[in-house]
Design a protein around this ligand. Structure first.
Ligand code: RB5
Length: 143
């Protein structure tokens, strides 16, 4: 298991980011926090770029991004080569994002989901394996 993960949010995802950071640390993950560090209003693009660039460069195998809806962060992250960011608010999507799409960034809407569901989504994202095979050919053809 890769225990290093990078996480980032804007102000709208800050509260949930803090909860996830504590949760992941308690489970033994080394969590790099790319910010933001308060509820002061910021531009989500800056933080999305930090996390997506780190995953794209191979500095982290997986990342987590949060904004209010999750939409802006998804748009930013998926512009980076090799990044497959999945916006999830249900466990089936989180499972399939790993099994079929080998998602390497999980995106959550801080104004949409509560912490219990967020913890379950993160567990699913981090613990579900990619199936490879025909799905590997498909994700390779994205780039
Ligand atoms: C901030 O108000 C909000 O626009 C942002 O968190 C995000 O939802 C953008 O997609």
């Amino acid at each position: 298991m890769d225990t290093a993960i990078i996480i980032g949010s804007d102000h709208a995802g800050f509260e949930l980011k803090e909860k996830l950071r504590t949760y992941l640390s308690s489970k033994g993950y080394a969590v790099e926090d790319a910010g933001t560090f308060s509820e002061a209003s910021v531009n989500y693009v800056e933080y999305g770029k930090k996390v997506a660039a780190a995953v794209s460069a191979g500095r982290f195998a997986k990342g987590i991004l949060l904004c209010g809806s999750g939409l802006g962060m998804s748009m930013v992250a998926n512009r980076y080569a090799g990044v497959r960011a999945a916006l999830c608010s249900d466990l089936f999507s989180a499972t399939m994002s790993r099994r079929h799409n080998d998602a390497n960034i999980l995106v959550l809407g801080g104004r949409i989901i509560g912490e219990v569901l967020a913890f379950a989504l993160v567990d699913t994202f981090l613990e579900t394996q990619f199936e490879g095979g025909r799905h590997l050919d498909r994700i390779r053809s994205m780039d």
